[in-house]
Unconditional design. Structure first.
Length: 235
């Protein structure tokens, strides 16, 4: 069901950080190395619902993913649904990389651009259409550039027998081109219409696998945010 390899454990200590801020610690089993996150300055995670198809299953998957983020404790999170934004397929002649803040995006895309810009990490929830990912997700990616740069991206996919893995393989190539850091482990839900019930996967190991993905994503989110703050990324 998943590509999450190895189980990580998460604990929250009673330590106090600067100015009395509480610290949450996520322990990675492999080396027993703690990720210390000041709770008042947790990385901001954006969970993207990639499908805008009528009757889509993606909103249920994204809601379940968001439920796993809360108990994990390493992130502040928001769900961004591409169906709520104006995302044309036709693009301006200018490159978003070169135009930066002057890139002429539609007014209806402003909230999406802001959400991507403030994110420290992403989880992309995607189906698989004809062995790839939906056009809505490709359009949202192509309208932006710097918003993805030097940020980690994890994937949660769903579909038929392959569980959306073909879509994720294509997304990994695309987002690497935009200088994002794609996380190796992810969640894949094959045969999602029979493997889920009442908005939840039937496999009882699913929350454990999700925790592994979130542990890895938190490590990269903290590391890359610190790096971006220390020096501009040389894209």
């Amino acid at each position: 069901m998943t590509r999450a390899y190895g189980v990580a454990r998460e604990s929250t200590s009673g330590q106090r950080g600067p100015a009395g801020a509480s610290l949450g610690t996520v322990w990675l089993v492999a080396r027993r190395c703690p990720i210390v996150v000041v709770m008042e300055n947790r990385p901001h995670l954006v969970i993207i619902v990639g499908s805008v198809r009528e009757g889509r299953f993606g909103s249920a998957v994204a809601s379940w993913v968001a439920e796993q983020v809360g108990p994990h404790g390493a992130f502040e999170a928001e769900v961004v649904d591409l169906a709520e934004f104006d995302i044309p397929l036709a693009l301006p002649a200018a490159s978003p990389k070169l135009a930066g803040d002057d890139y002429p995006r539609p007014a209806g895309m402003a909230a999406l651009t802001s959400a991507l810009a403030r994110a420290d990490a992403f989880i992309v929830v995607t189906p698989e259409y004809n062995h790839s990912y939906p056009a809505s997700l490709k359009a949202a990616i192509d309208w932006h550039f710097t918003q993805w740069t030097a940020k980690p991206v994890a994937f949660v996919s769903y579909g038929g027998a392959a569980g959306g893995r073909h879509a994720v393989l294509h997304l990994e190539n695309v987002l690497t081109e935009l200088h994002a850091v794609t996380i190796r482990d992810g969640l894949a839900f094959p045969n999602c219409f029979t493997a889920w019930q009442d908005g939840r996967p039937l496999d009882p190991r699913s929350p454990v696998y999700a925790r592994t993905v979130l542990d890895q994503l938190a490590w990269w989110a903290v590391a890359l945010r610190s790096a971006r703050e220390a020096a501009p990324y040389p894209a």
